[in-house]
Design a protein around this ligand. Structure first.
Ligand code: TRP
Ligand code: SF4
Length: 344
């Protein structure tokens, strides 16, 4: 392939936190599915990143990794179009992380906004660890090892991409050659998926609908989700602006349905149960093919592992090319490539 028709590289990772929900689907996966047809995409399960905060539960980690991979595949992330793999299967991430750690000032890591925030938020855990402080540098290595041009992330991760650029610049400057490419954040401008309570959908808020959730359960969750508290009786008019279910209409309903709901709400012409019916139908319709596709993979975890294995192999090939240059720039390459002279 010539330089001119080489597709640009996109890379993104996700921490394995268990089964994915509608927030991941609308906020991330639909975007990835679009990107995979336009770019050379690397998508990986960031299991080492999970260990930086949750280092105590090996069983759960491996289950979360496979669950996440299944949900990716079930939502149309296509292993033919994109390279899907598990971070820990590509050791080059760790090697580049180590090399970058030699020249990254501690102060750069200490001032990453998520460092202080997360430490305070997860105050119950002992996060006075080297791994936790170094996690944004590991992320930098994830990105730089593939020479990724674009990194689709949410707003909370932009500072990490910025750090990655500084790390690359410093490396290139110190070693007098351009080995590492500076990536750009691709801000995900996809619909924010509200949770059942109107806050952002998140597993830790217990307001999520999982992609593989049973239909009865989905129906029940939407049926019982809160509405405008002013509508105590059916005859009380409501205000969609104060209603979490209305936010679902904004994601799922046509203009016409929204008009019907708004009108019915403010005039007390419809009840909340009625208003939610099209939402239940729309979510069930969206999830049905995902649940079906997932069940095929659930029954054949070997196939999932094979996909991840093949992806890791492809990823390694690309990462190796960068690593050879990085080792060379730091004076390590001789020891990698020459066979030892016979002993005298
Ligand atoms: N840190 C990201 C998160 O917590 C996940 C991640 C790890 C990532 N490595 C990455 C995202 C590289 C983009 C690029 O969500
Ligand atoms: Fe919400 Fe619809 Fe009930 Fe109005 S009628 S409060 S928009 S669920």
């Amino acid at each position: 392939m010539t330089e001119a028709n080489r597709r640009q590289t996109v890379l993104s990772g996700m921490r394995p936190t268990g089964r994915l929900h509608l927030g991941h689907y609308h906020g991330v996966l639909k975007n990835w599915a679009r990107l995979q047809s336009e770019y050379d995409c690397f998508f990986f399960v960031a299991d080492w990143h999970a260990l930086t905060t949750d280092y105590g539960d090996a069983e759960q980690l491996s289950e979360h990794v496979i669950d996440m991979a299944i949900d990716w595949l079930a939502t149309g992330i296509d292993p033919q179009a994109a390279t899907l793999f598990v971070q820990s299967q590509v050791r080059e991430h760790a090697e580049l992380h180590l090399l970058l750690s030699m020249t990254t000032p501690l102060s750069w890591l200490e001032r990453v906004p998520s460092y202080k925030e997360q430490r305070e938020k997860l105050a119950g855990k002992s996060l006075d660890t080297y791994g936790f402080l170094g996690y944004p540098l590991l992320q930098a290595a994830d990105i730089l090892v593939y020479g990724a041009e674009f990194v689709p992330v949410g707003a909370d991760q932009v500072a990490h991409v910025e750090l990655t650029r500084e790390v690359a610049r410093r490396f290139n400057h110190l070693h007098g050659r351009k080995v590492l490419a500076e990536p750009q954040a691709l801000l995900t401008r996809f619909a924010k998926m509200p949770g059942l309570d109107g806050q952002k959908m998140s597993k830790s808020y217990h307001n999520a609908i999982e992609l593989r959730e049973a239909p009865e359960q989905v129906e029940k969750k939407i049926r019982t989700m809160p509405t405008d508290p002013a509508r105590v009786r059916r005859s009380d008019p409501g205000d969609p602006g104060k209603c979490p279910a209305w936010q679902f209409h904004e994601v799922y309903s046509s203009e016409q349905t929204r008009q019907w709901a708004r009108q019915g709400c403010v005039s007390a012409g419809i009840g909340c149960v009625e208003c939610k019916r099209p939402l239940i139908d729309a979510v069930l319709e969206e999830l049905e093919p995902i649940r079906k596709a997932a069940s095929v993979y659930e029954e054949d975890p070997g196939a999932v592992r094979a996909i991840l294995w093949a992806g890791a192999e492809r990823a390694r090939e690309s990462a190796e090319a960068t690593m050879q240059q990085a080792r060379d720039a730091m004076g390590l390459s001789r020891w990698q490539s020459e066979s030892p002279a016979p002993m005298r």
